[in-house]
Design a binder for this molecule. Structure first.
Ligand code: LLP
Length: 463
């Protein structure tokens, strides 16, 4: 274990200087051609990989980004994002389909813009997400709106912008939507989100397709509700939808649920309710540790076999699969604290930046940006937040010292989008790397940002 106090202090001061000037940083449309100045890089790597002993994002060494933008910092690879989208979209190239990126995974405008340009639609769950799609230049006619508690205002906004479909999750929501649509003179296109009662065999918090969960309409109730919807003048039945959970590691639950959905679609057709699309939701897992994710081609083959001979357009709502592996969280070791029971590496990122380890016990690989030759010890990688639940990783064998940079891997999905200001910590900046060019796509928050929406109480007159 080596201590590099002076390095850390220098880095911290530079980061503080940068924070002070963060207000002046704006999204740089042209980007910083940052790596050409660096002799360490000659060949850009696809995504993240080591070049000349240093972890790089495409053609840019992560140490260069840390120096330029400070830490903690989310770094994304454009090539990895494009590849993930094209792999998913391309797997269904021969059938009518629409990929609706589940933007809750990462709602950065730059990433939405990139996917929109690739032809993506979007799965949204709030009016806020709708406004982000519109701000990013996304097409509202490719938007599906999921979620169990849409407000009247959110319904109105979605109707006004002309979205493709509401994924309705209860009988009561259908009534609310019909009333809102009637009031503003619109017809609301709908699917019912069906809960097929299938166990996705994933973390309980992100399993959504079992009958115990709050999501969707029970399969047994769906047909009758479709009948009712079909008779509503302000409702247009368009499709059927499901989403059984997230970080699903097997094909079987997807298949089982899809079979239930399709047999319901057939029963509806026999009853004169023809559907235009079938939405299979998202949920395909990625590799965080030693999982073997379902291959997109296997998933596509399974779906295409099930729908052979059908005419409905296929919709998908992948989130994690499109962005998870495209991002890392770059953080610097602030303090090395050896202990009787455990060694702690206290880093400048925390649970407010990446909540997944604290909330789900999720595993993210942690890699040194410049690996040291020797001196590995067992570390807990923790943040500065005042909770023992504030950790990024437990029990990692790493050789590290103060000032070292670490990359928390596969942090592109549900990383920044779940971040908060807990402990009054300004949110991290985000950088998207395209070859040798780095784009600051979201500047680091300042302490002024933290209080920007608040007011103090007026003084009481009798005080
Ligand atoms: N469609 C709907 C209606 C959803 O609720 C979700 C995710 C998706 C699609 C996308 O699922 P994906 O393809 O990303 O698995 N915060 C958790 C994940 C929560 C997922 C919520 N719903 C995590 O960090 O693992």
């Amino acid at each position: 274990m080596r201590h590099q106090g002076s390095v850390a202090a220098g880095a911290e001061k530079r980061a503080a200087d940068r924070d002070a000037s963060a207000d002046r940083q704006s999204g740089d449309a042209a980007g910083d051609d940052i790596a050409r100045a660096s002799p360490a890089v000659n060949a850009p790597v696809n995504g993240f990989g080591y070049v000349a002993g240093e972890l790089c994002a495409e053609g840019v060494p992560l140490s260069v980004l840390a120096e330029r933008y400070g830490t903690p910092c989310y770094v994304y690879s454009r090539a990895t994002l494009v590849h993930a989208f094209e792999a998913f979209d391309g797997a269904f190239a021969d059938v009518p389909h629409l990929v609706c990126y589940a933007m809750k995974a990462n709602a950065s405008l730059a990433i939405l813009d990139l996917f929109a340009q690739l032809g993506s639609g979007f799965d949204i769950v709030s009016g806020g997400e709708l406004s982000r799609v519109l701000a990013a230049g996304g097409d509202p006619a490719k938007v599906v709106f999921s979620g169990v508690g849409k407000s009247d205002l959110e319904m109105e906004a979605a109707l006004a912008s002309g979205i493709l479909c509401f994924n309705v999750e209860s009988a009561s929501e259908l009534d609310h939507l019909a009333a809102v649509a009637a009031r503003i003179g619109k017809v609301a296109p709908i699917s019912l989100r069906v809960n097929p009662d299938v166990d996705p065999r994933t973390h309980a918090y992100i399993a959504t397709g079992r009958k115990e969960s709050k999501f969707g309409v029970a399969s047994g109730d769906a047909h009758a509700l479709y009948r009712r919807a079909a008779d509503m003048p302000s409702i247009a039945v368009r499709g059927i939808d499901m989403h059984i959970g997230s970080q699903i590691g097997e094909l079987a639950p997807h298949r089982e649920a899809a079979l239930r959905l399709l047999s319901l679609a057939d029963a509806l057709a026999a009853d004169g309710i023809a559907l235009e699309h079938i939405d299979f939701g998202g949920g395909l897992g990625i590799r965080y540790r030693d999982e073997t994710p379902v291959a997109i081609d296997d998933y596509a083959r399974m779906v295409r076999e099930l729908v052979r001979g059908r005419r409905e357009r296929l919709l998908f709502e992948p989130g994690r699969r499109l962005v998870g592996e495209s991002g890392i969280l770059l953080t610097r070791v602030r303090i090395v604290k050896p202990g009787a029971a455990r060694n702690f590496a206290i880093v400048d990122a925390a649970m407010n930046d990446l909540l997944r380890p604290s909330l789900y016990g999720a595993w993210h690989d942690v890699d040194p940006v410049r690996p040291r030759g020797s001196g590995k010890a067992r570390f807990d990688i923790v943040g500065p937040i005042c909770e023992s639940g504030d950790f990024l990783a437990h029990d990692r064998m790493l050789a590290l010292g103060e000032g070292d940079l670490l990359a928390v891997r596969s942090a592109g999905a549900y990383g920044m989008s779940m971040s908060s200001n807990y402990n009054a910590r300004p949110r991290a900046c985000e950088v998207l790397v395209d070859g040798c060019v780095a784009h600051l796509i979201r500047r680091r928050e300042t302490t002024a940002d933290l209080t920007a929406h608040e007011t103090r109480l007026p003084r009481r007159s009798n005080a």
